[in-house]
Design a protein around this ligand. Structure first.
Ligand code: ATP
Length: 513
């Protein structure tokens, strides 16, 4: 555990030191759970969005994109259920005055039990060596069975309480499990109350409730209310999808874990409109397609897993998370939800306007069903950074390096052009010439601010897959040293070959095959 938290601290420090992420309004001591992306952060973020957009919109002739406004008519959020049901159960500790999510406190207790089970399994694995039968051990060891039973009992109670919105029962579970405030150790809790996560603001020209607006808590509703506009203007036939990338806002109670849980964040959502009754098929289809999207980046399959929801959101008839193993454990990275006709049906009812599709094959009108894929850009960013950051010794006694082994297609800078001597005009001119040529094709960087060793370390730390060094030999034969980030291999190549070699490695197309 201590090791994991060190890893996470290193990651946060690395993000700041190398210009990926800064705390918002840092000069005023920061604004909690709000972050700014720096020069390398914005490049990585744009590449993640580009990968998603191209996979969804460009590669599917039946998925189109939109960019809807953040502000929407307030009735939108009544119809979507967010005004009445987009709540988290909060609880305050009377001694520490700290506020927590009641369900999260209980989940953390469950994680502790899970950790105990894993500890027993690991101990047994060491004891039995090669002959260890893990499945057998899990199902027969008395201690593991007892922990598992405890875990399952809490899971069921929590799921039932959350589904029913039974706040008294949540409070009771906290009491029964003797959960204490993680910071102060106090068990002096208030009652559990519902807290709506939407931020509200006010229109300038209308006073009171009438002019109350919300900052959207999800991008999906901008897609739903535009369903007919998009369908008619693009003449798409069901099944088809609408994709969107944009900001969303949630007044999160527990806003810890860096950019994992923010109050202002970005989502990439796709709503896939289908015939009623076909939701199972499409739900399975998108589960598989989305997992493939993650695996194509080279992320180990042991770091990704599906996790079925115990308590469904108010709009869903089936829901699964793709979880990623962050430095603080497996957590939700993306959600795939079967939303039925909940949203379109409610918008139809509240607006009084028909929101239906005429199916030419079936010769009938219906409100389409929806399967949604929804992923946070920032969580994906954190997943990629934590997956990529490695501290390792450089062979040849050059000491240690921190290197970001990002997939080259996502790397912020694709190639750095480094002159061996910054006072040697001919070398500098040649290096700048290479930079001026490559910059039309990739995000490249010219850097002459230190020794070659230092410049390499800096490029490693921001994840640049290639470094090109221009030296005296280059002046004679137009060759340069091309260094590859992960293997550290260096080869001599002609400058005319550079663009081709780099393109082959950094091209996003390799992710689509
Ligand atoms: P959680 O259970 O972690 O609060 P959620 O189930 O409420 O998440 P969804 O409503 O399914 O999340 O949102 C879809 C995606 O948006 C999530 O999978 C996540 O990647 C991202 N997301 C949601 N809330 C936040 C947040 N506060 N900060 C950053 N990303 C978020």
């Amino acid at each position: 555990m201590a090791q994991q938290s060190d890893l996470f601290k290193n990651l946060v420090a690395h993000c700041k030191e190398y210009g990926f992420i800064f705390q918002s309004s840092e000069v005023y001591d920061g604004l909690s759970a709000v972050y700014d992306y720096g020069p390398y952060g914005v490049e990585l973020k744009n590449n993640i969005k580009d990968y998603w957009w191209r996979s969804m919109v460009q590669l599917h002739d039946n998925i189109v994109g939109i960019d809807a406004a953040i502000f929407m008519h307030p009735k939108t959020w009544k119809a979507s259920g967010h005004v009445d049901a987009f709540n988290d159960p909060l609880i305050d500790n009377k001694d520490s005055k700290k506020r927590y999510r009641a369900d999260v406190l209980i989940e953390e207790q469950m994680e502790k039990i899970e950790a105990k089970i894993e500890k027993e399994v690991e101990k047994a694995r060491k004891r039995f060596g090669d002959s260890f039968d893990e499945a057998m051990f899990r199902s027969t060891n008395p201690r593991v069975m007892e922990y598992s039973a405890q875990f399952e009992a809490i899971r069921q109670r929590l799921a039932a309480a959350m589904t029913k919105g039974d706040l008294a029962e949540l409070r009771q579970i906290i009491e029964d499990l003797e959960i204490a405030d993680p910071e102060s150790g106090s068990r002096n809790w208030t009652e559990v109350r519902q807290f709506n996560l939407m931020f509200s603001t006010q229109l300038g020209n209308i006073a009171g409730e009438e002019g109350k607006l919300y900052l959207r808590p999800e991008t999906a509703q901008g897609i739903f209310v535009n369903f007919l506009n998009v369908q008619k203007t693009t003449r798409q036939k069901i099944p088809f999808g609408i994709a969107q990338i944009g900001k969303a806002f949630r007044n999160e109670i527990v806003a810890r874990q860096f950019i994992f849980r923010m109050r202002e964040f970005e989502q990439m959502e796709m709503q896939f409109f289908i015939r009623p009754g076909e939701q199972k098929k499409w739900y399975e289809y998108w589960k598989e397609a989305r997992m493939k999207w993650h695996l194509a980046l080279g992320t180990s399959s042991s770091k990704l897993r599906f996790h079925d929801h115990d308590n469904l959101a108010h709009y869903a008839d089936a829901a699964v998370d793709i979880q990623f193993e962050f430095p603080f454990g497996f957590k939700e990275l993306e959600g795939i939800h079967s939303r039925t006709d909940f949203d379109l049906g409610n918008h139809q009812e509240l607006s009084g306007k028909k929101i239906q599709y005429f199916d030419p094959e079936l010769q009938e009108n219906y409100v389409p069903f929806v399967v949604e894929t929804s992923i946070g850009v920032d969580r994906m960013f954190l997943a990629m950074m934590s997956n990529a950051l490695v501290e390792e010794d450089v062979p040849g006694g050059e000491g240690a390096r921190a290197v970001l082994k990002l997939h080259p297609a996502l790397a912020p800078v694709k190639c750095a052009i480094l002159p061996l001597k910054r006072n040697e005009e001919r070398i500098v001119n040649m290096a700048q010439g290479i930079f001026n040529k490559l910059k039309f094709s990739f995000n490249v960087q010219y850097d002459d601010t230190g020794s070659i060793g230092k410049l390499y370390r800096r490029q490693d730390a921001i994840g640049t897959p290639f470094c090109v060094t221009v030296d005296f030999e280059s002046l004679d034969d137009n060759t340069v040293t091309l260094r590859e980030r992960d293997s550290l291999q260096q080869e001599r190549v002609h400058i005319d070959q550079l663009e081709g070699i780099i393109r082959e490695r950094v091209d996003m197309r390799q992710l689509f095959v």
